[in-house]
Design a protein around this ligand. Structure first.
Ligand SMILES: [Zn+2]
Length: 263
């Protein structure tokens, strides 16, 4: 990197010396942090990070670059690196209008899969269809399990992306086809859930916990955005001084895509 170069921040902080760092997996660092989420200092006009966390963004628009690392990077890690989604997969995405959800939808489509997108409000259907969803299911008015079974001829989804947690884990396990993979990469509804464990072994399911992303994951999704193959969608921009309003908007769950804070 050189002075004045346009950059984004690889948000995973690591010590560079533990067993995982030495194996090239900083997101599994035993003393890891995440700028702006588990490590303070992200909500500021100026942010101090190690030089090794800077990533050149080329000609990519700053706002697009800001709207990609955490959601597209994590979704890429979960779907491409962990679940190894390929053409022929059917991917169920919970919360498909949110930041991780719409990124997962775009990435699953790019990898050749079909996408069943779950929303909690019919107002969000058009948005998730515009991201490539093949079927939209409203979880407040329809059974997600029945909808995905019907869509797949009774088999179920080969991959489920769950970032909701407690409220959806049980249904995620029910939605999976034999040999299916569940990518679990966060929670917005609490950490406890009741799951029928029999399905996990009888159906030979794989549960793939995904935390953060590698530098390569982020560089790849930003390259795909530069090439027009992924499109960050910015729902609303707020000045940094209105951060509380931005949080209220997020908590209202009336969001489609990303919210940006502009320093
Ligand atoms: Zn480490």
């Amino acid at each position: 990197m050189s002075e004045g170069q346009r950059t984004a921040v690889y948000p995973v902080l690591s010590d560079g010396s533990c067993a995982y760092c030495l194996r090239g997996m900083p997101s599994r660092c035993l003393s890891r942090g995440l700028v702006g989420i588990v490590t303070d200092g992200g909500y500021a006009e100026l942010v101090k990070v190690p030089a090794s966390n800077l990533m050149p963004i080329g000609e990519l628009d700053f706002k697009a670059a800001a709207a990609m690392p955490v959601n597209f990077g994590t979704a890429w890690n979960g779907l491409a690196s962990r679940a190894k989604v390929v053409s022929g997969d059917t991917v169920l995405v919970w919360g498909a209008a949110g930041g991780v959800g719409y990124a997962a939808t775009q990435i699953a489509k790019l990898l050749g899969a079909k996408v069943v997108a779950v929303v909690g409000d019919d107002k969000k259907a058009n948005f998730v269809e515009s991201q490539g969803a093949d079927l939209v299911v409203n979880s407040r008015t329809q059974s997600v399990v029945e909808a995905v079974r019907t869509f797949t001829g009774g088999l179920g989804a080969s991959v489920v992306v769950d970032h909701v947690g407690g409220d959806t884990w049980g249904a995620s396990i029910e939605c999976l086809a034999r040999g299916g993979r569940m990518v679990t990469l966060g929670l917005t509804s609490g950490p406890k859930s009741e799951v029928d464990v029999r399905r996990v072994y009888q159906e030979e399911l794989a549960i793939l916990g995904t935390w953060g992303q590698s530098r390569e994951d982020i560089q790849l999704v930003m390259k795909l955005a530069s090439d027009g193959k992924l499109k960050p969608s910015i729902f609303h921009e707020f000045p940094l001084s209105s951060a509380s309003e931005a949080h209220r908007t997020l908590e209202s769950r009336d969001v489609q895509g990303k919210i940006l804070l502009l320093p």
